[in-house]
Design a binder for this molecule. Structure first.
Ligand code: M6R
Length: 370
C-alpha cells in the first residue's frame, strides 16, 4: 500500500502536488468563478460575515495562520487564529456574523470538535476544512470544504497541510468574490497562479532533495534548530520546526524573524543550525532585506544557515551554507512550496537517525481526547 515508497511519509510528501491540484478540482464554473457546491451556507450569510476565527491544533493551526495573511489581504475582514484547546476557555466574542473555520485533517480532533460545538452554541456558523469524509467535525459543522489530499497515514502531517492551505485560499477568494472586495479579473489571476502551484511543488521535489539531504547529513549531530520566517514565512517556520521535533526528536523553535533581536539571538552560537525562509525580493523589498540582515546577524555569530529563497536570489546565496530554492511565485502562495523542503528535511533527519518516520514515539494520528 506504500506503492513502492520506503515510508508513507515519503509517499505523502510526493503527493503534495496532487493534494493541491485535487483540492482545486471541480470548484469552478465554466466562467472560472468559484462555486463551492458542497458548502451549504447562503451567499447572503457569507456576505454578512464580518470576522473569521480559525480553530485548529498543530499543523492545521499553521495552515490557519497562512489563511489569516491571505484572507485579511483579500477580504479585508479580521481573521483570528486560535488553538482549539484555548478557544472556548476564554469566552471568545462570537456573533451570528462570525464565521468559525475548523481545520482538521482527521476530523476527529476532540479539542477542535469541542471548540466548534461552543461556537455553534453561541450562534456562530462553522465551516470545516477537513480531509476525512463524514468524520465528526464535518458532521457537526454548518458547512464543509473537503480537502482532497487522500488518506494520510503517516502521523506527521504533510500533504494534508498543503491541501488545507489550498482550501483556505479558495475560501478567501470565494469570500472576496461574494463580498466584492476584489475585481473579478484579479481573483481569476490569483486562481491561475494557484492552479500553477502543483507544478512548482513538483519542481522542488525533483530538484531540491539533494540539497536537503546534504543539509541533513551535515546537521545530523545538532541538538537544536531555530526556524525563522516573516509574513507567510512565519507559519512555514513554525511548521518546519514542528515536523523536525515530531519525527527527529530534536529541540526546535520556530519564530517570527523580527523577534530575533528580542531574545532568540541569545541562543545562536558556533555551529547552531538556523533555517530561514526568505521572502521574494520582488515587491516587498523591505521585508526581504530585513530577513537577509537577520541571516547576516546569525551568520556573524557562527550559525550554520539553511536558507529557503527564491531561485537566483543573490543575497540569500551570500549568507547561506545550504540554499533550498523556491520557484518564482506570488508571496501569499509561497507557503505551498516553501514547506516542502522542510518536510523532506525532517524526514531525512529522522531516517539518518534510524527512526520510524511514520510512527513517531508518543504521538497518535488523531488526538481524540481533550
Ligand atoms: O487531524 P487534525 O488535523 O485535527 O490534527 C491536528 C494535529 O493533531 C496534527 O496536525 C498534529 O500536529 C500532527 N502530528 C502534525 O504533524
Amino acid at each position: 500500500e506504500k506503492g513502492g515508497w520506503d515510508s508513507f511519509m515519503n509517499k505523502e510528501i510526493h503527493e503534495d502536488p496532487a493534494a493541491v491540484g485535487n483540492t482545486l478540482l471541480g470548484r469552478f464554473n465554466t466562467s472560472g468563478d468559484i462555486v463551492l457546491d458542497e458548502v451549504r451556507i447562503d451567499e447572503d450569510v457569507f456576505r454578512s460575515i464580518d470576522k473569521i476565527i480559525v480553530v485548529a491544533c498543530g499543523t492545521a493551526s499553521y495552515a490557519g495562520l497562512v489563511a489569516k495573511y491571505a484572507i485579511e489581504h483579500w477580504v479585508r475582514i479580521p481573521v483570528e487564529v486560535e488553538l482549539a484547546h484555548e478557544f472556548r476557555y476564554r469566552d471568545p466574542i462570537l456573533t451570528p456574523r462570525t464565521l468559525v473555520v475548523a481545520i482538521s485533517q482527521s476530523g476527529e480532533t476532540m479539542d477542535t470538535l469541542m471548540a466548534l460545538r461552543h461556537a455553534r452554541e453561541q450562534g456562530s456558523r462553522v465551516l470545516a476544512i477537513c480531509n476525512t469524509q463524514g468524520a465528526s467535525i464535518p458532521r457537526e459543522s454548518d458547512a464543509v470544504l473537503y480537502t482532497h489530499a487522500g488518506p494520510e497515514i503517516a502521523v506527521a502531517s504533510t500533504k494534508a497541510f498543503v491541501a488545507q492551505i489550498t482550501a483556505a485560499y479558495l475560501l478567501g477568494l470565494y469570500l472576496a468574490q461574494v463580498k466584492g472586495t476584489m475585481y473579478r479579473d484579479e481573483i481569476h489571476q490569483i486562481l491561475d497562479q494557484l492552479k500553477a502551484m502543483p507544478e512548482k511543488i513538483e519542481w522542488v521535489l525533483q530538484t531540491q532533495s539533494d540539497s536537503v539531504h546534504e543539509a541533513a547529513k551535515r546537521m545530523i549531530d545538532a541538538h537544536s534548530f531555530l526556524f525563522l520566517g516573516r509574513h507567510v514565512g512565519y507559519p512555514v517556520a513554525l511548521e518546519g520546526a514542528l515536523k523536525l521535533k515530531e519525527i527527529a526528536y530534536t529541540f526546535t523553535e520556530g519564530f517570527a524573524a523580527g523577534e530575533l533581536k528580542h531574545g532568540p539571538i541569545a541562543l545562536v552560537d558556533e555551529g547552531e543550525p538556523v533555517v530561514v525562509i526568505v521572502p521574494s525580493a520582488r515587491g516587498r523589498d523591505s521585508l526581504h532585506n530585513k530577513v537577509i540582515s537577520g541571516i547576516e546577524e546569525v551568520k556573524a555569530r557562527g550559525a550554520f544557515t539553511i536558507v529557503v529563497a527564491e531561485e537566483g536570489d543573490p543575497d540569500a546565496e551570500r549568507y547561506a551554507d545550504v540554499v533550498l530554492w523556491r520557484p518564482v511565485c506570488p508571496t501569499l502562495l509561497s507557503p505551498l512550496v516553501d514547506v516542502v523542503p522542510l518536510q523532506l528535511f525532517a524526514m531525512d533527519m529522522a531516517m539518518l537517525k534510524g527512526y520510524d518516520v511514520d510512527k513517531p514515539r508518543n504521538l497518535a494520528k488523531s488526538v481524540t481526547v481533550e
